[in-house]
Every structure is written in C-alpha cells, then in structure tokens.
Ligand binder design. Structure first.
Ligand code: 6PG
Length: 237
C-alpha cells in the first residue's frame, strides 16, 4: 500500500529538475542513519537533475551509497552506458568515496556481471533467506515513451523471484532491477518531461497495467515529477 502518491508538475524541465534535486536531497537527509542507499536510472531526462543535485545541494556523500537501477550491456567506456552518464553529470562533480559507488561492472559473460552485482546487493544489505530483498531509501526511475521503466519492457516479462534480470532493449541487452527491488523502496521518484511523454504519462497515472511503469507500487512514497508538457493530458494540470 503506497503511503503517499504525489504528482508534482512544474512549468518546464529546468524547474522539474531543480525540484527533483532538492527532493532527493530531502529524502537522503531523512535517511542518512548512518547511510542512505539510493539507486539511479539512466536515459537523457535526469542529466540536468543530476547536475543540480551535484551543484545546488549540500549533502554528506560519505554517507550515501549510489547503485544503478539498470545498465545497458556495453563496454565500460561506452557512451551508451548509464554509469558513464551518471558519472559525467553527477559523480564527477561530488565528493563521494569510490567504495560508495555501486555500478554494474561489464564482464565478457553477462551472467558474470549480473552475479557480481547481485553479490554487491547481498553484501550491502546483508540479505538472507529471511531478508530476501534490499529496501532502498530512494529509487529514481524514468519512463520511456513506450511505458518501460528501469529496463523492464512491456513485451518482456522479468522474473520477480530474482533481484536482477536480463532483458533485451532496442540496441543492447540490459541488466535491470526487477519489481522485487523496485516495489520495496521507501521512496520512488519518477522523473519525466517533454510532450513526447504526455500520452504515456496519462496511462501510467491511470494505472494502465499493460505498461511496466504502472506496475511500480512500492509500500512507501511515490512521486511523479513532471513538467507541464509531459503532464498536458493529466487532469487539473
Ligand atoms: C535506460 C533508463 C531508462 C530510462 C527511460 C527514460 O537505461 O535508458 O534506465 O529506464 O529511464 O528510457 O529515458 P529518457 O529519460 O531518455 O526518456
């Protein structure tokens, strides 16, 4: 059962990104006891928010662990890697210990990448059969125009008995959190902007379960950060 479901619409992408940066700062500060565990998504929409998160907020990054929600299965230095985007727009601009950065490391065998990332989750969250999934303080998610989120696509089922699964994106194989992680987060922050998202945002907010983003139902707080263009078909906006 979601505690709080909030739709926040700002005038434009810049204002949405600024609001998102300060919301993430607030959530982290509420949970830094002693360490906040957050997970970030890739794509293009969050670039400005990550830059603002680095420049405008005052956070003790020593007590923050940053995981990736998903990754394209590409070489470490690929410009298509979510990690390289997050590094460029956030990690290179904050003072965070390298051991706090938990990225999905490329290996020649994709199952090896998955296995190593799963081990990082088990270690960080001290998972056991009695405690089978991590509870993130914050998970940031994007929404594709096709309704995907993380790297969970409408045409593909993920195995929610696993923490992480492999899917097939348009160009690359993907490694992604499943709902087993997403739906146990204390706070989910969706960020979407631009008129090309207005139809899918309407469907997601109407909980059209055909679309992966509409199946994210955590037992915490869920925020939809939108600009006016992406919220154009949403009532009262
Ligand atoms: C990825 C992301 C993905 C992204 C959406 C939205 O690997 O691409 O994790 O889930 O958040 O595709 O992407 P845009 O912000 O580029 O529209």
């Amino acid at each position: 059962m979601v505690n709080k479901r909030e739709i926040i619409v700002k005038n434009d992408h810049e204002q949405t990104s600024t609001f998102g940066a300060f919301l993430i700062e607030k959530i982290i500060k509420q949970n830094q006891n002693p360490t906040a565990n957050i997970a970030l998504s890739g794509g293009s929409t969050p670039k400005l928010m990550f830059e603002k998160l680095a420049k405008l907020t005052k956070l003790d990054w020593e007590n923050v662990n940053i995981f990736l929600v998903d990754e394209r299965y590409v070489c470490t230095d690929s410009k298509n890697s979510n990690f390289n985007m997050i590094k460029k727009h956030l990690l290179n601009n904050i003072d965070i210990p390298s051991e706090n950065i938990k990225n999905i490391k490329y290996a020649d065998d994709i199952d090896e990448s998955v296995g190593k990332y799963k081990s990082m989750l088990i270690e960080q969250f001290s998972l056991t059969p009695e405690k089978p999934y991590p509870v993130f303080d914050l998970i940031h998610l994007g929404i594709g125009a096709d309704g995907h989120t993380a790297s969970i696509f409408e045409s593909q089922k993920v195995n929610n008995n696993k923490l992480i699964d492999i899917t097939k994106g348009e160009k690359f194989k993907r490694i992604t959190f499943t709902y087993k992680i997403l739906n146990h987060a204390k706070n989910i922050v969706f960020l979407a902007s631009g008129s090309e998202k207005k139809e899918i945002i309407k469907k997601i907010l109407e909980k059209d379960k055909r679309y992966p983003a509409a199946n994210v139902e955590n037992d915490g707080n869920i925020y939809f950060l939108l600009d006016k263009k992406s919220a154009a078909l949403v009532e009262n906006n």
